[in-house]
Write a protein that binds this ligand. Structure first.
Ligand code: WTA
Length: 635
């Protein structure tokens, strides 16, 4: 990032001011100096926040893979692009150089092309954390297909709804997946999902576990066989700045998941710039982000951001506790990791283990450590700082979203003094504002409010696939003229931000966003259930967990009720995935409702949290007596 590396605090403030005073000039300079283009843009940004129409670098021509791969070949062709660390520590890790990655991407792009994939087609990907996952994503980008990665923990029903929503023409999966001591059968989940999908013509299957799988004649093909046969030359597709790059689904507070659409140029510029600055990336560093590529963190900061910067990025297939709870620390020591980026849930669960697991490892290679996905509590922050960073590594607590494409609020390491539990300051180009419920901007410091962003930044998602109206309503109508994040935040006396959590009906469980309405919908399908309401409550390890209040059609005996609880969780598991299971289920005879029939969730949240002292004004309830009953029978 020539000329755009933030060096110290005065330099940050100077850059920040410039970026706000003249965002066009600021982003124009970054885009111009640090990326390769076939053709320059004729307008840096154009936006209409009321219509939710945003374009960046209009009419520029590019391909993100030229920036991730081709341009590195002459200077760092033999440098390791990807270190792949398998689930089983006995299996050899792989070092894939930039030139080897380039070759694999070309061959895979040819495979896709030979299977009929063209620019603009959607390709769904359901793979474990293996190098092929990165390769197929880049191959899609190279030929202009729109990838949509589905986290390989989602159920068949959840896969089917995503495939149908984006109308995917192809599915890429594997014969199986290793997760700790378990082997998961991904292919049969795909087979089940595709029974409900009409658009998928071909399924490519990557070999990983040697599980016996069912191959449907004419539809399913082994990737390996096709890959071997195909050519290593591929002519890169020239993309327009605003052509789609990928769709990634995220939960909304209501309705089906939202397919957030990211486009080529803005996403590239934003992830490239933020990666370099937030992780203080230097040429010989080994960077590791523990997220799954199936989430936005993996897209932006395992794959695209690092490769744009010519970095070495670690892809880890396994889990933090296999074979022992020191796997993370062992990997840091083994590969001499310099930047380590993980989630508060992982930190909390590893902090529960004896400190010896971490203290016995040589973590002296680390320079910067980071956290993402949910608020990091004070205890976890200090444990991370003391045991992992050993009080020498700045912690970057990075706040951002699937919708923002890249990091928005975060300390810059060695520049911004950190403060436990605070994401601190906005990155250049990002203008956070706090709004009250009456849509007034809250100025000054030591205040809290709804977190909005005033001006577009290059990485913002452009729409919800197939539903621009929903995009506009979800993000641009609550606070006209501004992007609404759905989060609450506090601004302290020096202007540092602390994210306080969601202000809508999304609950973040172990870093995964879950909308409560879709879970209620699936519970309500159970024949014994009349109605249900789900809220989040604080959980030591997961951050938040789910509490379900369920009304049965007929009240049953307690043994039946225990079975019902199991059935309800099984239903959720089948329809959404095991991550959405309820920790607690309480059967109730009614739910607190307002006269207009709305469930008063505020009361349910307090009961779930165990705060039974003050429910505030419940006089508007239709059935105030129910509150007492729910309170007494609370689990
Ligand atoms: C939450 C993940 C507090 C927040 C990149 C946001 C955070 C949602 C932080 C987006 C953080 C993310 N501190 N909360 N550092 N980072 N969040 O789309 O509620 O999976 O709206 O993107 O996670 O989750 P998503």
């Amino acid at each position: 990032m020539r000329n755009y590396i933030i060096e110290d605090l005065p330099h940050y403030y100077e850059q920040y001011k410039k970026s706000i005073k003249n965002p066009k000039k600021f982003w124009d300079g970054i885009a111009d100096k640090n990326f390769v283009w076939y053709q320059r843009w004729n307008k840096v940004v154009k936006y209409d926040m009321d219509k939710a129409k945003i374009t960046w670098f209009k009419n520029a021509k590019l391909n993100i893979t030229k920036n991730c791969l081709d341009r590195h070949l002459s200077i760092r062709g033999e440098k390791t692009a990807i270190i792949w660390e398998p689930n089983d520590p006995q299996e050899k890790s792989q070092h894939i150089s930039y030139s080897e990655l380039y070759r694999r991407v070309n061959k895979t792009a040819n495979v896709l092309k030979e299977m009929g994939i063209k620019k603009g087609d959607r390709v769904c990907i359901y793979l474990p954390m293996i190098p092929e996952l990165a390769v197929v994503m880049l191959a899609c980008a190279k030929l202009g297909a729109v990838h949509s990665v589905i986290f390989a923990g989602f159920s068949a029903a959840a896969v089917a709804s995503r495939v149908n929503d984006c109308g995917a023409k192809m599915m890429i999966t594997s014969d199986g997946s290793y997760r700790g001591s378990k082997i998961l059968d991904l292919k049969s989940i795909i087979d089940e999902a595709l029974e409900q999908c009409q658009t998928v013509e071909h399924v490519l299957v990557v070999k990983r576990t040697d599980n016996k799988v069912n191959m449907q004649e004419g539809r399913d093909f082994w990737m390996e066989g096709l890959f071997e046969k195909t050519s290593a030359d591929f002519v890169t597709q020239i993309m327009d700045a605003e052509d789609p790059l990928f769709i990634l689904y995220t939960s909304g507070s209501t309705g089906k998941p939202k397919g957030m659409l990211h486009t080529c140029a803005g996403y590239m510029v934003y992830t490239g710039y933020t990666f370099k600055n937030v992780f203080n990336y230097q040429e010989n560093d080994v960077y590791w982000c523990t997220a799954d590529i199936g989430w936005i963190t993996g897209h932006s900061y395992i794959l695209y951001g690092p490769l744009i910067n010519g970095a070495t990025t670690v892809i880890f297939e396994g889990i933090p506790t296999y074979p022992e709870p020191d796997r993370f620390w062992e990997i840091i020591e083994k590969h001499k990791v310099t930047q380590f980026y993980t989630a508060p849930t992982a930190i909390r669960s590893l902090a529960k283990e004896s400190a010896d697991w971490v203290d016995k490892h040589d973590l002296s290679s680390l320079r910067v450590i980071g956290s993402v996905g949910e608020p990091i509590n004070d205890e976890a922050w200090h444990w991370f700082n003391d045991h992992v960073g050993r009080k020498k590594c700045p912690i970057v607590d990075t706040w951002w979203q699937t919708e923002t494409g890249g990091i928005m609020i975060s300390p810059i390491p060695f520049v911004t003094p950190t403060k436990p539990t605070y994401a601190t300051l906005p990155l250049p180009g990002v203008q956070p504002v706090l709004m009250d419920d009456k849509r007034n901007e809250i100025t000054g410091n030591q205040v809290t409010g709804n977190l909005c962003i005033r001006f577009p930044w290059p990485g913002i998602a452009r729409t919800i696939w197939g539903d621009h109206q929903r995009y506009k309503e979800t993000y641009f109508t609550a606070f006209p003229g501004k992007y609404f994040t759905g989060d609450g935040a506090l601004r302290d006396e020096v202007g540092y931000y602390r994210i306080t959590g969601r202000v809508d009906d999304v609950v973040i469980v172990s870093g995964h966003n879950l909308g409560t309405a879709p879970i209620e919908d699936s519970i309500n399908e159970h024949p014994a259930v009349a109605e249900s309401a789900i809220v989040g409550f604080p959980h030591d390890i997961k951050g938040s967990a789910l509490y379900g209040f369920v009304i049965l059609k007929e009240s049953g005996e307690s043994r039946q009720k225990e079975n019902l609880k199991k059935e309800i969780n099984q239903l959720i598991s089948d329809q959404i995935g095991p991550i959405a299971k309820l920790d607690k289920i309480q059967f109730v005879s009614g739910l607190p409702k307002t006269r207009s029939g709305k469930i008063m969730r505020r009361i349910l949240r307090k009961i779930a949290e165990g705060d039974l002292s003050n429910f505030g004004d419940i006089s508007t309830l239709l059935n105030p007596e129910i509150v007492e009953e729910i309170k007494i029978e609370r689990i």
